[in-house]
Design a protein around this ligand. Structure first.
Ligand SMILES: Nc1ncnc2c1ncn2[C@@H]1O[C@H](COP(=O)(O)OP(=O)(O)OP(=O)(O)O)[C@@H](O)[C@H]1O
Ligand SMILES: [Mg+2]
Length: 353
């Protein structure tokens, strides 16, 4: 539904060049919720602004729903008719809502419909329908200042849906909201995704957002996508940084003469029999260092960190046994600090500011 190829954006700022996007190949499938996560300055906003051509890419192409937007953009400074039409099929939700304070809620939602040239009666009908969809039917006559943050964002979402878009872009739509409201807005995005078959591309710096609503995710770093895939595939990718943070397990080895492994299992499979079978079959003592169950992308996933006696070379057979049972096994590097720093560490600090 959204494809970028070699997308590059270089800003000229005070005689210096800043490469915000460095050859991004993104692929968002129809009907999925796709999350892009990364540290501040990674290029996330530049990416989303290039996807709807609010920002003109320096190089590369953007295709949305089969239309090559970069070709439609032409060379002029102002967007032409074709680009405007294609863009009306892409809704955009902003972090700070961007509502007009002098207009009522209904009038804010009507604004894009005015631009699309709908008659007054049609606009009103459609606006009320959209407000109902986002759960704000009773607030049509209120002004933005009379609404809570979450309600303002619902208006922002209703407005974004005005042109019947197939694609919704969201840049940090929940980062100005408290956790409870964040959950309700994420639920709304999920519902819209399912009810309307809307494809959603969202930018966030919170792993929890990815975990709650996304089907797929990409990690951005210095203008590049360094990891991407469905959450299920990422969790099944050994060494995936996104997976490690989507679903962290911790626990340290008790000494140098042991092997620590992370075992990941999907679905409701009970691991206990597998672990006890392993113990019986090879007559080894197994310590459980950490374990957790969680729902990631709507699926139950479990992770367990266990310790086997002996070095890795001594445990090739038991590890093979676990893999044969269909479990994913990642060997945890022995030296403390061998694991790379978490990608969201800086983001957590950023959010706390
Ligand atoms: N209009 C601009 N002119 C010059 N440089 C820019 C402009 N917009 C962004 N940049 C630079 O491009 C890089 C990427 O910025 P971008 O806003 O895309 O990052 P981001 O991942 O959205 O960050 P954040 O999480 O803080 O929103 C940064 O180095 C930024 O300073
Ligand atoms: Mg940004």
């Amino acid at each position: 539904m959204i494809t970028t190829k070699g997308l590059t954006k270089v800003y000229q700022s005070r005689g210096r060049e800043v490469t915000a996007l460095d050859g991004v190949d993104l692929h968002v499938r129809e009907g999925e919720v796709f999350g892009v996560i990364g540290q501040s300055g990674a290029g996330k906003s530049s990416l989303i602004r290039c996807v709807n051509l609010l920002e003109r890419p320096t190089a590369g192409t953007v295709t949305v729903d089969g239309a090559d937007l970069t070709a439609l953009a032409g060379r002029g400074r102002r967007p032409g008719k074709d680009l405007r039409a294609a863009r009306s099929r892409i809704g955009m939700v902003f972090q700070h809502f961007n509502l007009l304070s002098s207009r009522t809620v209904r009038d804010n939602v009507e604004l894009p419909l005015e631009i699309l040239g709908l008659s007054g009666a049609e606009r009103t009908r459609r606006a009320l329908e959209l407000l109902d969809l986002v759960g704000l039917a009773d607030k049509a006559k209120s002004y933005p200042a009379q609404l809570s943050g979450g309600q303002k964002q619902r208006v922002g979402i209703a407005r974004a849906l005005a042109g019947n878009p197939k694609v919704l872009l969201s840049d940090e739509a929940t980062s100005a909201l408290d956790p409870e409201t964040t959950r309700s807005i994420l639920q709304l995005l999920r519902d819209l995704n399912q009810q309307l078959g809307l494809t959603v591309l969202l930018i966030t710096h919170e792993m929890d957002v990815v975990k709650t609503v996304c089907d797929s995710a990409a990690l951005m770093e210095k203008g590049k996508i360094v990891e991407t895939g469905t959450l299920t595939d990422l969790l099944a990718t050994p060494g995936s940084r996104l997976a490690r943070e989507l679903f962290p397990v911790t626990g340290d080895a008790s000494g140098p003469e042991s092997t620590v492994i992370d075992v990941t299992f999907h679905g409701e499979t009970a691991t206990q029999p597998v672990i006890s079978q392993l113990s019986r079959t090879y007559n080894i003592d197994i310590s459980i260092l950490g374990a957790a169950m969680d729902t990631v992308g709507g699926r139950q996933v479990g992770r367990m960190r266990i310790e086997l006696p002996g070095r890795y070379e001594d445990n090739v057979v038991p590890v093979g046994f676990l893999r044969e049972q269909g479990l994913q096994v990642d060997v945890v590097p022995a030296a403390p600090g061998a694991e790379p720093a978490p990608v969201t560490e800086a983001l957590v600090k950023e959010a706390a500011k």
